[in-house]
Design a protein around this ligand. Structure first.
Ligand code: 13P
Ligand code: SF4
Length: 332
């Protein structure tokens, strides 16, 4: 389906129906704001996107905040500068709105690690289990679950189930393992992970700690347990940001996608944020390549041509909506 849309678009560009070239010297930020005004559109951006994209957005947030905004906004058009599951969540919650994403290829390795058909088979083997799914999943996976969580509300949602409830947690095994530890549960964990958060090097955190002995280590729960064991604070992107703001510490070693440093430095210019390098020294693996597909140029074109739009089958949307709404109700 995605491939088909891209092929049609390519054909239209070749035929000259769509001219995606951007006029030289165009003030992209001003044009993006003008188009938003003209079309009653809002731009939502995740903390992992490029700083320039975050700066032009109407709202910047973690995955929970972005879903909450999508549910409430009165805009006609939502442009989700994030990854596909985030735009899909917006469409599930606001079907009457046009939901756009600057690049349809902005996927998520974690969401990819849990195909709906495989989860369906796993559920059939464990029919007495409830299913909790991380928001980093496709609509088809969400439709198979009892409730969705984000890293902000995951602990509270798990704790809302009786202690002896049998639960499958999918797809992130690191977040699931962390939740099992802090809530004293034995949820069955799906074997999925995020290619960015699984790359952080324990050795490099230890080296950084000896260089900055007073630094606080901040980690996203998608990191491996060895990294989490070294953390002074574990939380979602929004929780990490607010911890850094409130903390008396001056130095912070940050084990999550490095795009978050933009907002950290904006909020706390007097503090020092050190991104944890990945295991293999030379790559930029602490950047999510999918998030970085969101550029000002693509955002401008998306607003201009109202393309690409996220579309969903109505029955699937209804089924996927229920567990998201349950989560939003619990997170009020
Ligand atoms: P947050 O829910 O903390 O925004 O994280 C989303 C995500 O994709 C982390 O990799
Ligand atoms: Fe997905 Fe990982 Fe990118 Fe988050 S950082 S969007 S979990 S691939």
């Amino acid at each position: 389906m995605k491939v088909a849309i891209i092929m049609i678009k390519q054909e239209w560009i070749e035929k000259g129906y769509i001219d995606e070239s951007i006029p030289e010297g165009l003030d992209l930020k001003a044009e993006i704001r003008r188009l938003c005004e003209e079309k009653n559109a809002v731009v939502l951006a995740h903390y992992y996107t490029d700083g320039a994209v975050q700066d032009v957005a109407d709202f910047v947030g973690d995955s929970l905040a972005l879903a909450q905004i999508a549910e409430k906004t009165t805009a006609d058009i939502l442009v989700m500068c994030g990854v596909h599951f985030m735009a899909e969540t917006n469409k599930i919650l606001s079907p009457e709105k046009k939901v756009l994403i600057p690049d349809l290829n902005a996927g998520c390795s974690l969401a990819e690690s849990c195909p709906a058909e495989e989860l369906k088979r796993f559920k059939a083997i464990h029919p007495d289990h409830k299913v909790i799914a991380y928001v980093n999943t496709s609509a088809a996976v969400k439709a198979l679950t009892d409730i969705v969580v984000t890293s902000t509300n995951a602990r509270a949602v798990v704790e809302s189930f009786p202690k002896d409830e049998k639960i499958i947690f999918a797809p992130d095994k690191n977040l699931g393992g962390y939740l099992n530890a802090v809530t004293h549960r034995k949820m069955l964990l799906w074997d999925g992970g995020c290619h960015v958060h699984e790359q952080f090097s324990i050795e490099k955190i230890v080296e950084l700690k000896s260089e900055y002995p007073d630094a606080k280590v901040l980690a996203h729960p998608e990191c491996k347990s060895g990294v989490l064991a070294l953390a002074d604070f574990i939380g979602s992107t929004a929780a990490i940001l607010s911890y850094a703001e409130k903390s008396e510490a001056k130095d912070f070693i940050v084990a999550t996608e490095s795009g978050i440093l933009h907002e950290m430095m904006k909020r706390c210019p007097e503090k020092n944020f050190i991104p944890v390098p990945p295991m293999t020294g030379s790559c930029a693996c602490n950047e999510c390549a999918f998030m970085r597909l969101n550029t000002l140029e693509k955002l401008y074109n998306t607003l201009q041509y109202e393309w690409p739009a996220v579309e969903l089958d109505e029955a699937l949307r209804e089924d996927a909506k229920k567990p998201i709404v349950r989560m939003l109700e619990l997170s009020k």
